[in-house]
Design a protein around this ligand. Structure first.
Ligand SMILES: [Zn+2]
Length: 287
């Protein structure tokens, strides 16, 4: 059964480790992440962007697939199904479809509007027993023309949003979605420390986990980060393994064209990436 992310993140924050959010795109992704979490006895959060939700034909399909896998794969570790960077309407749709966690990304609104919309969604999420993530200080990406440095959130605005009763808080601390440019200046631990001082027990979320050096990840965890989002890295390892399979001509040998064979190396590559991240985040054995 899907669970809210609240308990797993409270435990993570108190235990000084982080739970990975791994974004899913299809059946192979979901199966690889759930299997790895179960093998490593780690809690896990499955992230679904609005785009990926559409790609999988809609949120109900996603909920049906994930719930089916939890039962048929005998998954016993805590699993949350979480909307990533949701709009206000997207949040309502996911709540209705059966997600166990939502993120409302109001970071592009003026702070007053972000507060108003977050407040409404906190109320609905609480009534349904779901966890809710909010964001302060937009987290950009290279594709948005952000080069060198990601945005840093205002710690006072973080405190204002945290006080609305959200479960976890994402704040820009110089992190970026996607691949980091060569001239990236690194995470702003000064900002993170200031946010943590003001928000106390609140589990903090680090977006854009792909390509942040291991020592920076570990330091961020010591400063209150309890959830780390990984998306691009699984895509890169899947693509690399699939490319190798085809470049080696394996799809042309025997029944190598069978999708269950063709997608197997990419599937294994996602598993390896998820394992590596769970070990780095310290969530192994914490289910
Ligand atoms: Zn993000």
């Amino acid at each position: 059964m899907l669970v809210s992310a609240e308990d797993m993140l409270k435990k993570a924050k108190a235990g000084h480790y982080a739970v990975g959010q791994f974004n899913i795109n299809n059946l192979e992704w979901t199966k690889a992440i759930l299997m790895t979490a179960q093998e490593l006895n780690s809690p896990v959060i499955l992230g679904v962007s609005e785009g990926a939700g559409k790609y999988m034909t809609g949120y109900k399909t996603v909920v049906g697939m994930v719930n089916g896998m939890l039962e048929e794969m005998n998954i016993t570790v805590p699993v949350a199904l979480h909307l990533d960077h949701g709009s206000y309407d997207g949040c309502l749709k996911c709540i209705e479809a059966g997600f166990s966690s939502i993120m409302f990304d109001g970071s592009h609104y003026p702070i007053d509007e972000n507060v108003a919309k977050t407040t409404e969604l906190v109320k609905i999420a609480k009534e349904k027993g779901l966890s809710i993530e909010a964001e302060v200080g937009a987290i950009g990406g290279e594709e948005d023309g952000v080069i060198g440095k990601g945005e840093c959130a205002d710690p006072k605005e973080c405190k204002a949003i945290a006080d609305l009763g959200v479960t976890m808080l994402a704040a820009g601390i110089g992190n970026i979605h996607g691949k980091y440019p060569d001239n990236w200046e690194g995470l702003s631990f000064e900002t993170l420390e200031a946010i943590q001082q003001l928000t106390g027990e609140m589990p903090l979320v680090l977006h854009g986990g792909t390509g942040i050096p291991a020592d920076m990840i570990k330091k961020a965890i010591t400063l209150g980060v309890a959830k780390i989002n990984v998306n691009t890295e699984c895509q890169l390892s899947f693509a690399e393994a699939t490319r190798k399979y085809i470049e080696d001509g394996k799809d042309l040998q025997g029944k190598g064209f069978d999708p269950r064979k063709l997608l197997a190396p990419g599937f294994e590559a996602i598993k390896a990436t998820v394992k590596e991240k769970m070990e780095l985040f310290g969530s192994v054995g914490k289910a």
